[in-house]
Design a binder for this molecule. Structure first.
Ligand SMILES: [Zn+2]
Length: 304
């Protein structure tokens, strides 16, 4: 049997951090996981991660659920039943506390900030997550300012949904990567992560990341479903060339992080797609090192 530190062909296996996935238990995600050739369970994910060298992942807090009437509450990954004794997440999953912008109101703001502060004191809570587009609120809306100040205080990044939206309810004008620019300028000491590289607005994401030293990119969600890397790279060759073109133009691989958006995509195939997308000399940064810098709490969780 191959040693777990060896990859294919007996070469040392690359250590990977998955900077963006979803770890929530519901019928919806169960169906999406099986369409991607997976099973929506912690045990299954642990096995796949072990095979692929993924040692840590950042799960996004989910919209909906867990409401406290009138207060903008912390959205967590919701994996009820994963760990029945405690409800705790497995040790290889860190998470971002989700902020639902439409719930923020001045009357209960201080209670909301208390709840987010409590969450950010947890070792595994490594960032905040915003959902512009799904929420019809610009990232630069002043109502977000106290949450950005919290991110600065706790030295955690703000992950922002950017790019296309699933379903028909959201509004793309709020999820365009250019909307990250103003928040990044007003909060120069907060690190912002543009999730999904703003796909398909790749050139705009590259412009915003190139201009602002505090803006980063995750490569999650560029594909959905179950496929082989060969099939995907052939079918979407032009789009992958386009992404590579603008990432090369950006010319700052310290800003780019691997993420899968699991359970949306088959993990081994997606890792291979990103390996082919990113020049090999930058794999160490993109698959591991950058995530430790952007999410400083991950370094401790990774035992560094
Ligand atoms: Zn996602």
């Amino acid at each position: 049997m191959r040693d777990s530190t060896e990859g294919q062909g007996g070469l040392p296996q690359m250590k990977i951090i998955d900077a963006h996935l979803h770890f929530s238990k519901c019928d919806h995600f169960d169906g999406i996981a099986s369409a991607a050739g997976h099973e929506n369970s912690g045990e299954h994910l642990k096995r796949v991660f072990g095979e692929q060298g993924v040692i840590l992942a950042v799960a996004m807090g989910e919209m909906g659920g867990g409401r406290i009437e009138g207060v903008c509450t912390v959205r967590r990954p919701e994996f009820a039943g994963m760990s029945p004794e405690s409800g705790a997440l497995p040790s290889f999953i860190a998470w971002c506390a989700g902020v639902e912008s439409t719930e923020i109101n001045s009357g209960t703001l201080s209670r909301s900030l208390e709840l987010f502060s409590e969450a950010l004191k947890e070792k595994a809570c490594v960032g905040l997550k915003f959902y512009p587009g799904y929420d019809p609120v610009l990232l630069s809306d002043p109502r977000h300012d106290p949450y950005f100040e919290l991110a600065e205080t706790f030295d955690v990044p703000v992950v922002v949904h950017t790019g296309s939206l699933s379903g028909h309810g959201g509004l793309l004008k709020y999820s365009h990567p250019l909307t990250v620019d103003e928040a990044a300028v007003r909060f120069p000491r907060v690190r912002f992560v543009m999730a999904h590289c703003g796909d398909p607005w790749i050139v705009d994401a590259a412009a915003v990341a190139g201009k602002n030293s505090n803006v980063f990119i995750d490569l999650s969600g560029l594909a959905v479903g179950n496929f082989t890397a060969d099939w995907f790279c052939d079918r979407y060759r032009a789009h992958l060339d386009y992404i590579r073109h603008w990432l090369t133009y950006l010319d700052d691989w310290e800003k780019i992080m691997y993420g899968s958006d699991w359970p949306l995509v088959n993990i081994p195939a997606y890792i291979e797609v990103v390996r082919r997308l990113v020049p090999e000399e930058h794999h160490g940064k993109v698959f591991f090192e950058n995530a430790c810098r952007v999410f400083p709490k991950l370094a401790a969780l990774a035992g560094l």
